[in-house]
Ligand binder design. Structure first.
Ligand code: ATP
Length: 305
């Protein structure tokens, strides 16, 4: 059973089609990155999954069931707009979050206190929410999202507004949540976080999934893997066009784009016969490059001939 499934989901706001026939599968137990440029439809998709807005068409399932009622108690959701109750005390707000998701009051308070400790906010529990900085408020909302140990955690831009230390804390907690068996879906623009954290990704552009799958697969499917070589000697193999599509040579260091169908290993095997190899490295295309390539490619396709 998958954590989340969307079949041919559509949503328009007046003239704007925000989501246009989106198919999405989030397997259980993974960390899933929902990527896409501004206005791609990520937040609209997440809001539909959370049953805050209804799709015009299509089906949504969470943990194998229609996404309404009790099944959503098993989901933790961090919205993009962090609507907090400014006059409430932090600990009371967290207690309320827990109780609304079915925890006993005492249990909710104890868990909230532990998490505040973990985030270095132990002295802030009795302060009013409005006294906290924006980043601190975000951490409180994050605690509220995971307090009831949900099976599925959906985080809309969880890293926005966080300093590097807080981002690292959130990243570590996301990994811990996966280890305890939860599925984590998050939207972001930060490709670096995605590369480090995600098992699976979906790149959305103009309301459609344009790239989806396991991160390692997406990367190997996409773009040439260049080979970096530090060497001594005469690398005649660089002129062999059946092996090398393109190279950028600096005398003792060369970056090679292998010819189509040629593996980095094949390059290495030839290289060691001709030169002394000091260093050999396969450079994966970055997700950043893939993102730009795919999104720009889509845009180019839409330009009328
Ligand atoms: P970002 O990365 O900038 O947060 P996003 O991928 O989350 O973008 P959405 O917020 O889902 O994108 O917006 C998709 C499109 O739908 C945009 O064109 C947006 O203007 C439009 N849209 C979203 N919500 C509404 C709404 N309530 N009323 C009208 N238009 C909306």
């Amino acid at each position: 059973m998958n954590a989340i499934e969307l079949d041919n989901v559509w949503k328009s706001f007046g003239e704007t089609t925000a989501v246009a026939g989106l198919d999405l599968v989030v397997p259980r137990g993974c960390i899933f990155g929902l990527l896409g440029p501004n206005g791609a439809g990520k937040t609209t998709t997440i809001r539909m999954v959370m049953d805050i807005i209804a799709p015009d068409r299509g089906e949504i399932r969470v943990l194998g069931q229609p996404n309404s009622g009790a099944i959503l108690d098993r989901v933790g959701y961090l919205p993009e707009e962090r609507g907090l109750y400014p006059k409430m005390k932090v600990i009371e707000l967290l207690e309320l979050f827990g109780v609304l998701k079915g925890l006993a009051r005492q249990e909710a308070r104890a868990r909230a206190a532990d998490w505040l400790d973990r985030f270095g906010l132990q002295d802030w529990g009795d302060k009013k929410v409005e006294q906290l900085s924006r980043g601190m408020q975000q951490k409180v909302m994050f605690i509220g999202t995971i307090l009831h140990r949900p099976d599925v955690i959906i985080l809309d831009e969880p890293f926005s507004g966080l300093d590097p230390i807080s981002s690292t804390e959130v990243k570590e907690i996301i990994l811990e949540q996966k280890e305890r068996g939860a599925t984590v879906v998050f939207s972001t623009h930060l490709m670096e976080q995605v590369e480090k954290l995600c098992d699976e990704i979906c790149l959305i552009n103009e309301g459609k999934a344009v790239l989806q799958g396991r991160l390692a697969e997406v990367k190997s499917r996409f773009g040439a893997r260049n080979v970096l070589l530090a060497y001594d000697g005469q690398p005649d193999f660089l002129y062999d066009t059946s092996l090398v599509a393109h190279y950028d040579d600096y005398g003792h260091y060369v970056e090679i784009q292998p010819a189509e169908g040629v593996s980095p290993q094949a390059i290495l095997e030839r290289a060691v016969r001709e030169v002394e190899v000091w260093r050999f490295e396969v450079k994966e295309p970055s997700l950043h490059d893939i993102f730009i390539q795919v999104v720009k490619g889509e845009a180019a396709r839409e330009v009328p001939a």
